[in-house]
Design a protein around this ligand. Sequence first.
Ligand SMILES: [Zn+2]
Ligand SMILES: [Zn+2]
Length: 272
Amino acid sequence: MRSNYHTHTTWCDGKDTPRRMIEAALEKGFDEIGFSSHSMLPESDTEWVLTPVKAPRYAAEIRALAAEYAGRIRVRLGVEADYVPGGASPDRSNYASISPEYIIGSIHFVVATDGVRVPVDHSPQLLAEGIRDHFGGSAEAFIRAYFAQQRDMVSRFDFDVVGHLDLVRKFNAKHPYFDEAAVWYRDELAATADAVAASGKLAEVNTGAISRGWLDDAYPSADFRALLRARGVRFILSADAHSADSLDCAFDRFGSAEEFVSLEADKSFRTP
Ligand SMILES: [Zn+2]
Ligand SMILES: [Zn+2]
């Protein structure tokens, strides 16, 4: 069973159209492909996410492609929904107008105590400035706030898959800013693993930082995956693909060594 449910297209910040992604998935022998456009409904107003106007058109296009390709490959409608405290949340109720088959809940911004949104994965420069200006220069304070926001998200909202759980590692290999072996960091991982397990949500092994050259490892790290699996958390394997050539990036490294669930086989996913 070959699949990828974390797929971006020209509907958000991806390079290729949904049709091009489906054709690439067919070439790679996939059984299933799910689309997960960035979305910050209900507040979406930026170019790289689904807006309230774009969302129904996106859903209609993916559903039409699902019908067209039926029998050759299963095409699923999903979203990658942001959690921005005080703004957007990855709750099914916000997405009732398009009824996605699944929702990936992701954090790309940490909201500081002064209300400013610090981007986690935009660039090393913006991250460093955000920590300097809004977290008193403390990477630990920023990362603790990030994981507190993760725990808040998984416990409060109705969605299916927790996206790239330790995205804070993205720049840490090339622009080190914290020690992943520190006791406080391990404590944050354990507390977050507890929260994900208690929520019953799926996590993902996300290879997006490999295809983009930032890390030689997936999100979450091997240590974090072990903490999650020890608590019974199950995973999907995700490329976080932003182009057709990265649809199965590094899947051979993880797919044979670890166990994953599929939308088709797993009852915890909802089908319309
Ligand atoms: Zn993401
Ligand atoms: Zn993504």
